[in-house]
Design a protein around this ligand. Structure first.
Ligand SMILES: Nc1ncnc2c1ncn2[C@@H]1O[C@H](COP(=O)(O)OP(=O)(O)OP(=O)(O)O)[C@@H](O)[C@H]1O
Ligand SMILES: [Mg+2]
Length: 228
C-alpha cells in the first residue's frame, strides 16, 4: 500500500439515524468521503444537518449504522473501542464543538493529556504542552482550569490538545466559532503552518467562509447527503 493510501481517511456509504419508529431521524444517508495526506476539506451545512455526527464517525468516536470508515488502511468497525482509541491517539487530532476539556485539570494538563495517555515521560509531555500552549497564545493561562477560561480560550486549549501529538489528520468541529476575527486568523495560521510542515490533512466543520475558501475542497450536507 502506498504512503498516500496509508494515511488517508475515508468513509464509504455511511448511514446513521437516531431514534426509532415515527421518531426515527435519518441524519446521514450513504455518505462517502475521503481525504489524502496534506489535503484539506471544509464541511458545511445548516444547524442539525449532521456535521458533528459525520465528524464523530470519521474520528472513530461513534460508529455508523452501516458503511465503513478507514484510517491508515484500518477499518474502524472491525476494531474494539480501545483499539480505535489507540488509533485516534496516534494519528488523529479532534477538536470538539464544545471543547470537552477535563474540568479538574489545568489548561497545561489538558494539553499534555494525549501525550500522558501515550505514556510519554511526564516532563517531556509538559514541555511539549507548554510549547503548544504558547503557539495558541495562552502561556499566561497555563495554570487556569477550564472554568477560569473564556470560551475562546477554551477553544484554543482544545486546539492545542488536538495538535500536541502532531497528528496526521486534524478533525475540527467549528474550531473558531466563538473567536473574534483576529484570534480566529491566528489559530488558522497555526493550523495551516502545521499542515504545510507536517503534511497533515484537515477536515474542518465551519460556517466561516474565510476558512472554507482557504481549504482545497468544500462539501455541504443537505438532507443527509454530502454534496461537493
Ligand atoms: N445522540 C443523539 N440522539 C438523538 N438525536 C441526535 C443525537 N445526536 C444528534 N442528533 C440529531 O441529529 C441531527 C444532527 O446533529 P448534529 O449534531 O450532527 O448536527 P450539526 O450539523 O453538527 O448541527 P450544529 O451546526 O447545530 O452543530 C440533529 O437533528 C440532532 O438533534
Ligand atoms: Mg455540530
Amino acid at each position: 500500500m502506498s504512503e498516500i493510501d496509508e494515511t488517508s481517511l475515508s468513509c464509504v456509504k455511511v448511514c446513521k439515524s437516531f431514534g426509532l419508529g415515527a421518531q426515527r431521524l435519518e441524519v446521514l444517508k450513504d455518505v462517502s468521503f475521503d481525504i489524502n495526506r496534506g489535503e484539506s476539506a471544509a464541511i458545511t451545512g445548516s444547524s442539525g444537518s449532521g456535521k458533528s455526527t459525520l465528524l464523530h464517525i470519521l474520528g472513530g468516536l461513534a460508529l455508523p449504522d452501516s458503511g465503513d470508515v478507514f484510517f491508515k488502511g484500518k477499518q474502524f468497525s472491525t476494531q474494539s473501542e480501545s483499539e480505535r482509541g489507540n488509533v485516534r491517539n496516534e494519528g488523529l487530532g479532534f477538536v470538539y464543538q464544545f471543547h470537552h476539556l477535563l474540568q479538574e485539570f489545568t489548561a497545561l494538563e489538558n494539553v499534555a493529556m494525549p501525550l500522558l495517555v501515550r505514556r510519554l515521560d511526564p516532563n517531556k509531555a509538559m514541555g511539549k504542552a507548554e510549547k503548544m500552549l504558547g503557539q495558541v497564545g495562552l502561556s499566561a493561562r497555563a495554570g487556569h482550569v477550564p472554568a477560569e477560561l473564556s470560551g475562546g480560550e477554551r477553544q484554543r486549549v482544545a486546539l492545542a490538545r488536538a495538535l500536541v501529538t502532531e497528528p496526521s489528520c486534524l478533525l475540527a468541529d467549528e474550531p473558531t466559532g466563538n473567536l473574534d476575527r483576529k484570534i480566529a486568523d491566528a489559530m488558522l495560521e497555526i493550523v495551516f503552518d502545521l499542515q504545510s510542515k507536517m503534511k497533515i490533512s484537515l477536515v474542518i466543520v465551519t460556517h466561516d467562509q474565510i476558512i472554507s475558501s482557504r481549504l482545497d475542497s468544500c462539501y455541504r450536507l443537505v438532507d443527509g447527503r454530502l454534496n461537493s
